[in-house]
Design a protein around this ligand. Structure first.
Ligand code: PLP
Length: 380
């Protein structure tokens, strides 16, 4: 089964291009560019000693679960920590999906479908409101309503629905009311709700803590711990117990547990930096629109940008040390996904894209693409 394409630096590609990883500005992964917080780095540094390196990590992540339980106001037994939330997506599918109908609302993060297929699920792809699915399996913007999505889910009768909110790569957000409306149509269906980007959203994103919902959280995006790997889920206790018994032992390394505990002392840092990031994202989208590009609206810090040839644009920008995400692997043609960074970095991207426009004008005209049926209100 083929691997899913992700954003982030591809070390082999950079080596071929003669680029050092540290010299590339990464707009292709959605990690908080202000992080990790200094206090978290210091906590990890303090734990790099012979004792911590030689000891097995706590297989139950007890201290971290107890602290997470306080944050979420739930019993620690309802929490399971994983080696990044991608690890938990695969674990949840291995336990919940074999032989079952799993609906994934797309376009979205590729690991859900990959994990469902690996687990032997019957995979059903359903388009998000505002998107449509072609017979070839590609998504394009459309005026699909919430009720159409609800009707499609009712017809599909899935055992499990996967929803990423706010959604990667579109930045779309489903309101609590809209989510409730969908859930009411499927009273016995389980939901895997991925809130990896909830802290980045411009409005609060809530999740029901009931007997048919598993809520996934990642600490690698908002706290910038992608290299260390840390995620967790909150779910009904009996299911969490089943998931725990299917998890390999010592799955979460000791330094990641130290980092997670320290990160939870930095919730104010997270709120502060993500507020700044939303401002930078709005500024970047505004500047792009003024340059004649058509960034799509977003509820978070990343957005889709319609372009003529995303693979070509990505390759050309990368030669100049700027990495954007070709969104083709999400089943979207004609888009790159850009995650906003700090102001100076965004200015470099704008300069790179201005150069692109100028050189595209000199080559055969290949102006920034504008996909068909772009819904109104798509400008910053
Ligand atoms: C929506 C979503 N969920 C989960 C993940 C996995 O994150 P991690 O395993 O780093 O926690 C990603 C990574 O890009 C993502 O975009």
């Amino acid at each position: 089964m083929s691997q899913i394409v992700h954003g982030g630096l591809d070390r082999a590609e950079l080596e071929r291009l003669g680029l050092r990883p540290e010299s590339v500005l990464d707009f292709s992964s959605n990690v908080n560019p202000f992080g990790p917080p200094e206090g978290v780095v210091a906590a990890v540094r303090n734990a790099v000693d012979a004792f911590h390196l030689a000891s097995y990590p706590d297989p139950s992540c007890w201290a971290l679960r107890r602290r997470l339980a306080q944050v979420h106001r739930v019993d620690p037994e309802r929490i399971l920590v994983g080696n990044g939330s991608a690890d938990l997506i695969h674990l949840a599918m291995q336990v919940l999906a074999p032989g079952r109908r799993v609906a994934v609302l797309g376009p979205t993060f590729g690991e859900y479908a990959h994990a469902a297929r690996r687990a032997g699920a019957v995979l059903l792809s359903v388009a998000w409101p505002g998107w449509a699915l072609s017979p070839q399996g590609d998504f394009h913007p459309a005026d699909t309503s919430l009720d159409q999505v609800r009707a499609e889910l009712e017809t599909a009768r899935p055992h499990l629905v996967v929803l990423c909110n706010p959604n990667n790569p579109t930045g779309d957000l489903l309101t609590a009311e809209a989510f409730t409306h969908l859930r009411r149509a499927l009273p016995h269906t389980c939901w895997l709700l991925d809130l990896a980007y909830a802290a980045f959203a411009d409005t609060p994103v809530s999740a029901p803590l009931d007997s048919r919902t598993v809520v996934l959280h990642s600490l690698t995006k908002d706290f910038a711990l992608a290299g260390l790997r840390l995620g967790y889920l909150v779910g009904p206790q009996a299911l969490v117990e089943r998931l725990r018994s299917a998890q390999p032992p010592w799955n979460v390394n000791g330094l990641a547990q130290v980092a997670g505990l320290a990160a939870l002392d930095h919730l104010a840092w997270r709120a502060r930096t993500l507020t700044r990031l939303r401002v930078e994202c709005a500024r970047l989208r505004g500047d792009l629109a003024r340059m004649g590009w058509h960034p799509r609206k977003t509820a978070t810090h990343f957005f889709l940008l319609p372009v003529g040839d995303p693979g070509e644009l990505r390759a050309r920008l990368l030669r100049g040390g700027l990495l954007v995400r070709d969104a083709s692997s999400f089943g979207l043609s004609g888009f790159v996904r850009i995650a906003a960074r700090q102001a100076a970095d965004n200015a470099r991207l704008l300069a790179g894209l201005a150069q692109e426009r100028a050189s595209a004008g000199r080559r055969a005209p290949s102006p920034p693409g504008r996909p068909t049926a772009l819904p109104s209100g798509d400008h910053p």
